[in-house]
Design a protein around this ligand. Structure first.
Ligand code: 5AD
Ligand code: SF4
Length: 469
């Protein structure tokens, strides 16, 4: 599958920024400070996309609100990974009928992965007349132009053409946190796991150039960010499409070489492409968190093959052992799908036994959800939802028990953590993360937010650690 990467030119993004300036002038003329609400569903890539949308909106002079009744513009950034995510989005778009009835000038935009599916774009067109603008991930870079078109022509705008995708630079970000930053290193996915809609909605894998990524990382460090999370659907295939190919481990080392006190995290790694070089680099780079999200999806070889994952249980277990040899303190997390079409009770037991063997620090578990257009959606699926739910509950029980046991091992230890925000949970007013990414609640001066501090772990449960300064 030869895909020629296309990069947008700086002029194309500058053109959008000029449109932002035009909208800013328009908003100013209207005499009131306009407010926007951006509502985000789904994964970290979507969080990062929403920061770009907010970056554009800030250029247009919008302030931000979480209250849809006060918003002049509502942007809903959607997810398509499972049916549940789509139902939530549609429910919330439906709710906006009431706010729009009270404020007919309100503009409603729906974007992201869900709308990149033709049947969903059609559904919005036909059944949700309150929606004014619809655009997929490929069109995000020209959101200002789409908004201006809607504002001037007062017509509904749909921009959801299918495309392999582009690489772009220079869209401003309005970041959510002052401590932690997302940094997209690549877009799209080439893997076509048989259950997954991502390659269809986000297009082919394409990498940003290393010099752009390193410049952005330097800038983040200069602005005082203490944690940078590199994002891609499969970071281990970073750089394969570049004129001068570069691998992910080399990129990691280059970012590690940037002077300053900060942590590097990344996600997601596909087990088929994880290498010893990556684990060695992680171990050698002092700023790289000893944290690996390595989705296994299933512990059974037949199911893994049907999922088109390109590894088997033995290879996965070898990889985990190798990663732990390089980093004995590695925090390992995973994703698992229960009830893939045709998965038998015995095959599910293989997943459970893998989980007991690996002992993940935490797990994200899902019941299979058929996605239109994917091969798995048309595979025979003889087991009922109720049967799958029983398996799922067993898996969740195991995951929770193991997380609690692993957290218990931290008690009494002294750790360096990054204080990253205020906490509303019991056990303290501040939240922090360990090097491996475990959540710690503690009590202290909010001025510590953004600092690395030493804490003693005094308690724990399945979800978090409790610490004292
Ligand atoms: N059904 C259930 N879970 C899915 N995932 C991806 N597609 C599906 C689907 N159709 C899960 C995988 C992936 C995570 C992001 O979402 O476990 O790693
Ligand atoms: Fe989906 Fe597989 Fe790509 Fe992950 S690697 S986004 S599960 S197709």
């Amino acid at each position: 599958m030869a895909y020629k990467r296309t990069e947008l030119t700086p002029e194309q993004i500058d053109g959008q920024l000029a449109v932002c300036a035009g909208i800013r002038a328009r908003n100013k003329q209207s005499g009131k400070a306009p407010l926007a609400m951006v509502d985000t569903y789904g994964c970290q890539q979507n969080e990062a996309d929403s920061e770009r949308i907010r970056g554009y909106l800030a250029e247009m002079g919008y302030g931000f609100t979480d209250d849809e009744t006060k918003a002049d513009l509502v942007v809903i950034n959607t997810c398509a990974i499972r049916e549940h995510a789509e139902m939530r989005v549609l429910g919330n778009v439906g709710q906006l009928t009431h706010t729009k009835a009270k404020n007919p000038d309100q503009i409603i935009a729906v974007c992201g992965c869900m709308v990149q599916q033709e049947h969903m774009a059609e559904k919005l067109k036909k059944s949700y007349p309150i929606v004014d603008i619809v655009f997929g991930p490929h069109e995000l870079w020209r959101f200002p132009e789409l908004l201006l078109e809607q504002m001037t022509r007062k017509k509904r705008v749909f921009a959801v053409d299918d495309a392999p995708g582009t690489v772009y630079e220079g869209i401003p970000h309005a970041r959510d946190s002052k401590v932690k930053a997302w940094l997209s290193i690549m877009y799209g996915c080439n893997n076509f796991c048989s259950y997954c809609v991502v390659p269809y909605v986000r297009g082919r894998e394409r990498s940003r150039r290393p010099e752009e990524i390193i410049a952005e990382a330097r800038q983040l460090v200069a602005e005082g960010y203490k944690e940078i999370t590199l994002l891609g659907q499969n970071v281990n295939s970073y750089g394969k499409d570049l004129d001068e190919p570069m691998d992910f481990a080399d990129l990691l080392r280059a970012i590690n070489d940037i002077p300053g006190e900060f942590l590097i995290r990344f996600m997601t790694s596909h087990p088929k492409d994880a290498t010893e070089k990556l684990f060695r680099t992680m171990a050698e780079c002092e700023k790289c968190a000893h944290q690996l999200h390595l989705p296994v999806q299933s512990g059974n070889d037949r199911v893994l093959k049907a999922m088109n994952r390109h590894y088997d249980r033995a290879k996965y277990l070898e990889e985990v052992a190798l990663a732990r040899r390089y980093m004995p303190d590695l925090v390992l997390t995973t994703d698992i799908i229960v009830g893939f079409p045709g998965e038998t009770p015995e095959e599910f037991e293989d997943t459970l036994s893998l989980v007991e063997q690996v002992r993940y620090d935490s797990m994200f578990t899902f019941i299979f959800s058929p996605r239109k257009g994917t091969p798995a959606a048309v595979m025979p699926d003889p087991y009922s939802r109720q049967e799958k739910q029983v398996w799922f509950d067993r898996l969740l029980d195991a995951a929770n028990r193991i997380s609690a046991e692993k957290h218990k091992e931290y008690e009494g230890k002294r750790l360096r953590v990054l204080v990253d925000g205020l906490s509303d949970g019991k056990g303290g007013n501040l939240s922090a993360r360990t090097g491996g990414g475990r959540l710690v609640h503690l009590t202290g001066d909010p001025a510590l937010i953004g600092q690395f501090v030493d804490v003693t772990i005094t308690g724990s449960n399945t979800w978090a650690l409790y610490g004292e300064l």
